[in-house]
Design a protein around this ligand. Structure first.
Ligand SMILES: [Zn+2]
Length: 102
């Protein structure tokens, strides 16, 4: 299973957002909150190797840039998993900000 963060930009309101998608689906458009259509920006693709299910059971360390897909292998729904990842990213940003401020 391979995922990539794609950046999308709305053609109507100009909003930019990123979305985690399966590489195999090669998503090029996403609906925007404004009702417009956001197109994928080809210039800002951050791909990542997904670590987890395939390496499960090995002693290999998870590279910091890899997504942990083990919850998926444990039967967590993809929606829940995405939520967890978003929360992790938010927590990380928060602690970075806290470090800068203190
Ligand atoms: Zn929009």
């Amino acid at each position: 299973m391979s995922f990539a963060y794609w950046d999308f930009q709305c053609e109507s309101c100009g909003a930019e957002f990123e979305s985690l998608e399966r590489r195999s689906e090669n998503v090029r458009e996403k609906p925007c909150e404004c009702g417009g259509v956001a197109k994928r920006c080809l210039s800002a693709v951050r791909s990542m190797t997904v670590w987890g299910a395939a390496e499960r059971g090995t002693s290999q360390e998870r590279p910091p840039w890899a997504l942990d897909t083990r919850p998926l292998a444990d039967g967590v729904s993809e929606g829940e998993w995405r939520k967890t990842n978003r929360k992790k990213a938010a927590d990380q940003r928060y602690s970075q900000v806290k470090q800068l401020v203190s």
